[in-house]
Design a protein around this ligand. Structure first.
Ligand code: ADP
Length: 624
């Protein structure tokens, strides 16, 4: 029999399919099942107006028949079927897609037909050496058989077929070292693939499976073939929220996202408008074990009308919300879209934007409505949001600023910037913060008492990213962020915090001597009157704080960046007079004092002395 040739574009596509543009071949099953589901949709749709369709809704089915002996996998449906012309048209051409035609003919009706480009069917050639399609159009007397071994062309002949609908027989390719096509005959694999990709197809996908069944009137068991429906048919996210119990959400989450803890929060939304989709999102209670590692991949599962397109679409989630798990199901997306195309997809971008907004709103709701839960969330994922503020030159800083919590000097509670701002009195010019590895270390900072002594609140920054996040924001509601250990401290209107000028020539010489002794270890040395009990403190000048320097030093390739530090000595402390005296009497001892003072200032500021052994030796020498 003479072979008919495929149209040029189809031939190209077929070549691509045979050489597999999709990396995961297993999706061929999803494609065939969704075609079958479309065909059932079409017949069902017709039944609404045509009373010759005598099928009741329950009778529509898709069936998988693996045949190990003959190495064939058959997919059948009792849907609308195709005439010879339709087979020629639909399976011989890609330019015309049957689904598209049907859609444009029935614009006003609410029928959901998946697939818009028509590459789906050809994916069968990724796993088959021969594809045979037997189909009988609903209401037709005869059936036709379309058969092809790939790009070489196809044959179309009349054939026998019971009942209407379509039967697609895949003669699987021979197994090779790398590719075991026979796995698609395996009951377990087929079950798994249906669950994975087509669980929510709204018609039953059935298969005969062997199960151990108890024999009648006996205690013995035997293997029997039983008919099983492999898919669950109704997607949870398509159900109405008020029909779903918390337990169902939790079970779905744990099963799908491999967690054994209930999620902290569930977001279930239906969105219509520019982007139409259902979304079911979860905020986990715990960070996945690999969350803070490079291996973690963010993303949401993406479905088109209940059929999974991809398990993890990274573009649907911004980095700041990478901890969110869940899925998006949209009728606006083409099923055949590849990963590369997804990135360009306009519709997808719209969805991503609204998803981001929804997550943000939910977090805000949690913050205002369930503070305890939010603080729990913050402990686990807050750092990611702070990174989000700092990332991409602060692109998202305004969006995220009200989600942030810091420990505050106000009863060591977690506070938002808004709460801090609202508590600020008239006389307070800035929002104050202090950095340190722990709350305890921050509370020991000499500068703290200066600020809290005035009755001002101080934010305690204990994560490395914190100060970078604040520096990215610069200000909140018109108030600048000021590091209490920096040179911009402005707690008083007068001289406080400023350099206390040396009163006389002796003091000037003394400070110059101290600086000379300490050399490059310090930017400058000065007296201050801002300290109360404490003798010394370490301050930084300019944009880089001591803590930033510390944190940057941990980042590879960044150790060149240094803060300009200032050693400040409490002018009203008795030691100040001692130093003046020593300046006249014993320069060697004065030099030792200078080194010890700097060591102390560094220790209090959370740094080690530059030369710990020398520091210890200096101290010891004072004791003996
Ligand atoms: P798409 O489904 O995106 O249109 P396919 O290449 O998967 O593209 O299928 C092409 C066309 O072939 C479909 O639009 C449909 O008209 C027809 N078709 C495929 N499978 C079946 C089937 N099981 N029953 C009826 N028609 C089918």
């Amino acid at each position: 029999m003479r072979k008919k040739q495929f149209k040029a574009e189809s031939k190209k596509l077929l070549d691509m399919m045979v050489n597999s543009i999709y990396t995961n071949r297993e999706i061929f099953l999803r494609e065939l099942i969704s075609n079958a589901s479309d065909a059932l949709d079409k017949l069902y749709f017709r039944s609404l107006t045509d009373n010759t369709v005598l099928l009741s809704r329950e009778e529509y089915e898709i069936r998988l028949i693996p045949d190990k002996q003959n190495r064939t996998l058959t997919v059948t449906d009792n849907g609308c079927g195709m005439t010879a012309e339709e087979m020629e048209e639909n399976l011989g051409t890609i330019a015309r897609s049957g689904s598209l035609d049907f859609k444009s003919e029935n614009k006003d009706e609410n029928v959901e037909i998946i697939g818009q480009f028509g590459v789906g069917f050809y994916s069968a050639f990724m796993v088959s050496s021969t594809v045979t399609v037997r189909s009988r159009k609903f209401g037709a007397d005869c059936a036709f058989c379309w058969e092809s071994e790939g790009a070489e062309g196809y044959t179309l002949t009349e054939c026998e077929k019971d009942g209407f609908g379509t039967e697609i027989v895949l003669q699987l390719k021979e197994d090779t070292e790398q590719d075991k096509y026979s796995e698609f005959l395996d009951e377990y694999t087929l079950r798994h693939l249906v669950k994975k990709y087509s669980d929510y197809i709204r018609y039953p996908i059935r298969m005969q499976v062997s199960e151990r069944v108890k024999k009648e009137d006996s205690d013995e068991y035997e293997e029997q073939l039983v008919d099983r429906t492999l898919n669950s048919m109704v997607p949870l996210w398509r159900k109405n929220k008020n029909e779903i119990e918390d337990g169902e959400y939790n079970a779905f989450y744990k099963d799908k996202f491999f967690d054994f803890t209930d999620p902290l929060r569930v977001i279930h939304t239906k969105t219509e408008g520019q982007a139409t989709y259902d979304a079911l999102l979860f905020i986990p209670a715990r960070a996945p074990f690999d969350y803070y590692s490079k291996n973690y991949e963010k993303g949401l599962a993406l479905y088109s009308n209940g059929v999974m397109i991809t398990e993890k679409c990274a573009d649907l989630l911004p980095d700041c919300f990478s901890f969110v798990k869940g899925l998006v199901d949209s009728a606006d997306l083409s099923l055949n879209i590849s990963r590369e195309m997804l990135q360009q997809d306009h519709q997808l971008k719209l969805i991503a934007k609204t998803v981001e907004k929804k997550i943000k709103n939910e977090l805000e709701k949690m913050l205002s409505g369930d503070r305890e839960k939010y603080e729990e969330f913050w402990k686990t994922f807050g750092i990611q949001i702070k990174f989000g503020i700092y990332a991409d030159y602060g692109m998202k800083k305004d969006e995220l600023k009200d989600l942030v919590l810091f420990t505050s000097s106000n009863e060591k509670k977690q506070v938002t910037l808004k709460e801090y701002r609202e508590r600020m009195g008239e006389e307070q010019k800035s929002i104050y913060y202090a950095c340190g590895e722990s709350v305890g270390l921050i509370e020991a900072l000499p500068q703290l008492e200066t600020v809290t002594g005035k009755g001002f609140e101080v934010l305690y920054l204990t994560d490395a990213v914190d100060e970078f996040a604040l520096m990215t924001m610069q200000e909140y509601d018109g108030k600048k962020f000021v590091n209490i250990c920096g040179d911009g401290l402005d707690v008083d209107t007068g001289e406080a915090g400023e350099l206390v000028k040396a009163k006389n020539e002796t003091e000037k010489e003394l400070l110059a001597f101290l600086k000379e002794t300490l050399g490059d270890s310090i930017g400058s040395v000065r007296f201050t009157d801002k300290l109360q009990k404490h003798l010394v403190c370490l301050t930084s000048e300019g944009a880089i704080s001591v803590d930033m320097q510390k944190n940057l030093a941990n980042a590879p390739g960044n150790d060149g960046i240094k803060a300009t530090t200032v050693l400040e000595i409490n002018v009203s402390h008795p030691i100040a007079d001692k130093l003046v005296a020593l300046h006249g009497e014993d320069k060697d001892l004065l030099a030792k004092y200078a080194r010890i003072l700097l060591g102390e200032a560094r220790l209090i500021g959370g740094l080690t002395p530059e030369d710990p052994a020398a520091f210890a030796a200096d101290l010891t020498s004072l004791m003996v």
